[in-house]
Design a protein around this ligand. Structure first.
Ligand code: ARG
Length: 400
């Protein structure tokens, strides 16, 4: 008999998957749910999973591992896919897969199953992680191969097999929720011309209705990692939760984008990520004060590649790990504080300071405090401009 570890969310698809796998393979099913901050009730999930036919249910709190080993490395790497998406869903997949592998080894299971469709990125992220970490185990993706052609057919199957279906009113969106952000797609959002309706947003206030008084916050970083808010040291979970709350209240963190999926499709996705937007804004600003110009410019190239690797499911690759080493080295002086103003959907940096700043007022000032040697610039420009001087001479020679 097969033993299959299923990535279980408690939604319709993964519930039907439990029954479907059990019937098709005569398999023993182990349902696995990761707590990545999606605000689910584990007791209810367990009840549902077991009632649906799972032999065992795991609910594992991965919040700290998510923050320390996935979210913060992505923040240090300024990982924003296509310049905007903080990668909340993408970061959670390798983490969930890695923990499913551990459960599969412990339980001596032969296979993994997930509820991703055949046209998204998540199937790739899960499966590349499984293949990298446990290549001997089989991977089953029921949604890619089963017979149901519509949600209605799935619901009918669920009813027939006594699977508790909680679809009272048709859920118009597909939502993936974790600490670092919420990904929302489907329904009217599939029309890229259609403004997202208010009910698409889960945790952010409409900026129009946000408080009419700005709120200032100060975020403290130590070697690229956020460690405090408003002068108080707090752990990562507390900090991210507080920023989601405060940012959400001010309508900060809404992202509406067309993105390029790995499978070649362009899709319209809405994200809500108040903490991620605030922390990325603050962190990049601090780097501007601290990193030397060429390093700062080069790091933006690294960040683009780094975010692509995360998006593409290459989390466990040597390539990403090598870039992570480079990124960590860049962060050794990224310590300091950034002051942010939150107001009606905007997150604006209004102050920054660091004991390791390369900013020297004596050099940048235009007052009598100035210590910069203006005369030295003449020689600098002569030599720096030499290639251009030579080229200028040549073009005039040809024109003659
Ligand atoms: N497009 C995002 C990504 O590939 C999110 C995918 C999951 N989205 C969802 N609404 N279920 O990372």
């Amino acid at each position: 008999m097969k033993k299959i570890v299923v990535a279980y969310s408690g939604g319709l698809d993964t519930s039907v998957i439990i029954k479907w796998l059990q019937t098709k393979y005569q398999a023993e099913i182990i349902a696995f749910t990761a707590d990545v901050g999606q605000r689910e009730n584990p007791a209810l999930l367990e009840k549902k999973a077991l009632q649906t036919g799972a032999k065992k249910f795991y609910f594992v709190d991965l919040k700290d591992e998510f923050i320390n080993n996935y979210i913060f490395p992505s923040l240090k790497g300024s990982a924003l896919y296509e310049g905007k998406y903080p990668l909340a869903t993408a970061l959670s997949r390798p983490l969930i897969a890695k923990n499913m592998v551990e459960v599969a080894k412990k339980e001596n299971a032969d296979a993994f199953a997930h509820g991703c469709t055949g046209k998204g990125n998540d199937q790739v992220r899960f499966e590349l992680a499984f293949k990298n970490l446990a290549p001997e185990k089989e991977i089953i993706a029921p949604v890619r191969e089963w017979e149901f052609k519509s949600r209605e057919e799935e619901i009918a199957y669920a009813k027939k097999h006594n699977i508790p279906v909680s679809v009272t009113k048709k859920k118009p969106y597909s939502i993936d929720w974790n600490l670092w952000g919420i990904s929302i797609e489907c329904g009217v959002l599939e029309d890229p011309w259609h403004e997202p309706p208010e009910d698409a947003y889960q945790i952010t206030q409409n900026p129009e209705n946000a408080p009419s008084k700005p709120e200032y916050i100060e975020i403290e970083f130590c070697e690229g990692i956020p460690v405090g808010i408003n002068g108080r040291h707090v752990n990562g979970l507390k900090l991210i939760s507080m920023l989601n709350e405060i940012g959400g209240k001010h309508g900060v963190g809404r992202i509406d984008m067309i993105e390029n999926r790995l499978v070649g499709i362009k899709s319209r996705e809405i994200y809500e990520a108040p903490a991620a937007v605030i922390l990325h804004t603050a962190h990049s600003e601090l780097e501007k004060l601290i990193l030397e110009r060429e390093l700062l410019h080069f790091k933006t190239i690294v960040s683009q590649k780094y975010s692509e690797l995360i998006y593409y499911g290459y989390w466990f690759s040597d390539f990403r790990i090598c870039l992570e080493k480079f990124i960590n080295e860049t962060q050794k002086y990224v310590t300091g504080t950034v002051r942010i103003k939150l107001f009606k959907g905007q997150c604006t940096v209004v102050g920054r300071k660091s004991p390791f700043s390369l900013y020297e007022e004596k050099l940048s000032t235009y007052t009598e405090k100035d210590i910069f040697d203006h005369r030295a610039s003449k020689g600098f420009i002569d030599i720096y401009g030499l290639p251009l001087i030579l080229e200028g001479r040549r073009i005039r020679k040809k024109e003659k």
